[in-house]
Design a protein around this ligand. Structure first.
Ligand code: ZN
Length: 441
């Protein structure tokens, strides 16, 4: 017996056929999709008086897979608007790293909770995160009800690299598969320029032993590539291959400055890529050759990166920018069409995170991670093309309802698991303490 019905929606399934079902129903049992298809009359349901069966009337709404944010540092919401308009190196060294050094576990918990709140509000149901105090991040994800692929960030060029790796290993052992499978873990060596090859090899061996993947920033700036060529005589991608990193599954964030040879290597080694158009633009890092990576068959997902370099966690915006930036970059309006952008934000992201058998499309047997978008707003008329509207027209604020693992986390704009007022209040308290007079950088 299903425990949740969504009835009368226009369903954008994102299945392999690209099916769109008008006046469709979705039934959810034990957190999984048990029916998706045309509206059907049922004995006793959906108007069953049994209060245990919740029916969501989705007339006038789009039902689609929850968005997948493949690269984030959710707690960096604490630094939203703190240190804008600077180059990456200066931004990290002069603004972000000094204030991050003062973060407490409580700060990270509330910063992550704010990130979860913002992601739910904008239709994101899964995110990949790399940060520290990860037990707090996992706790926030568990309580908020989202799905998270979480990695303890590791920087080996500062003291404590080995200690951080030990912490990362413990984190994986404790949390991989936790929250009824909603939490998965990875190891998170920050970048080739903050982790020497001997450390990267240790991380790869550890990931192999733990049976987890690796999340790392790769080839984000031109300077990183130049330094790698100078120090090691090879590109960051080749450098990681030689350090043994690609012996396990790797999620490579950015890959802005990658050559044709690098792309072939990423494809051969099954490396996934998280494309972050806003962050790459804001930090003037460059434009990743995403059309080439997609053409090569690499699993490419979209990410917001942290809110300090974006400055929000709005995946609708990433979708739209991904569809636009590659057009103007190539002077070709046929590049990254709407459907491809929507795929990167849903099933492509799921594939990039190794979760494509569970999420990314609305199909029987998959976990019920579903969002409803209010399609009655003026900017959705006329209805020439639903996919086009979702990518080029929709706003995050059009999302009304968010379901993860069959549980309603945002119900017609109301949060069911997070106290929004408490979260924003606590974030203000944390930031006040962090940047108290004398602490300000
Ligand atoms: Zn990042």
């Amino acid at each position: 017996m299903p425990d949740l019905f969504i009835k009368g929606a226009t369903i954008v399934t994102m299945d392999d056929e690209g099916s769109i079902i008008e006046d469709g129903d979705i039934e959810i049992s034990d957190g999984k999709i048990s029916y998706v298809g045309p509206h059907r009359e049922r004995g006793g349901a959906p108007d069953d008086p049994n209060p245990a069966v919740r029916t969501v009337d989705a007339a006038g709404k789009i039902a689609m897979p929850g968005l997948v944010n493949t690269h984030c540092h959710a707690a960096m919401t604490l630094f939203r608007g703190y240190g804008d308009d600077l180059p990456l190196k200066q931004w990290l060294e002069e603004k972000i790293w000094p204030v991050e050094a003062r973060l407490s576990a409580e700060d990270v918990y509330w910063g992550t909770m704010l990130g979860c709140l913002e992601m739910l509000r904008s239709g994101t149901t899964t995110f990949a995160d790399m940060y520290f105090f990860m037990n707090e991040v996992a706790k926030a994800v568990e309580e908020a009800g989202l799905r998270g692929v979480l990695a303890r960030g590791l920087v080996a060029t500062m003291p404590g690299g080995d200690k951080a790796l030990a912490e990362g290993e413990q984190f994986c052992s404790r949390w991989n598969g936790a929250a009824k499978g909603r939490i998965r873990t990875m190891l998170g060596p920050h970048a080739p320029y903050t982790c020497p090859p001997s450390f990267l090899r240790k991380v790869a061996n550890s990931a192999k032993a733990l049976g987890v993947g690796i999340h790392i920033h790769v080839a984000e700036t031109r300077g990183e590539v130049d330094d790698c060529l100078r120090d090691f005589g090879k590109s960051p991608v080749r450098h990681l291959e030689d350090a043994g990193l690609f012996e396990v599954s790797v999620l490579a964030a950015h890959c802005v400055h990658v050559s044709g040879e690098d792309i072939d290597l990423l494809k051969d080694r099954g490396v996934s890529v998280a494309h972050n158009p806003t962050s790459n633009m804001k930090l003037a890092s460059g434009i990743a050759p995403v059309p080439k990576m997609l053409e090569a068959g690499i699993a490419v997902g979209l990410g917001t990166d942290g809110a300090a370099s974006n400055n929000d966690l709005d995946m609708f915006e990433e979708m739209r920018l991904a569809a636009l930036i590659h057009k103007v970059n190539s002077m070709d309006p046929t590049v990254v069409p709407a459907r491809q952008a929507l795929e990167m934000a849903t099933k492509g992201g799921a594939r990039a995170l190794g979760l494509s058998s569970e999420i990314g499309s609305l199909e029987v047997g998959k976990r019920a991670d579903i969002i409803l978008v209010d399609f009655g707003k003026p900017h959705f008329y006329p209805r020439h093309d639903i996919i086009s509207h979702l990518v080029y027209t929709a706003h995050a604020s059009d999302v009304t309802t968010v379901i993860v693992d069959g549980k309603i986390l945002m119900d017609n704009g109301k949060f069911t698991t997070i106290d929004a007022e408490e979260t924003t209040y606590m974030v203000e308290q944390c930031v006040e303490r962090l940047l108290r007079k004398g602490n300000r950088i």
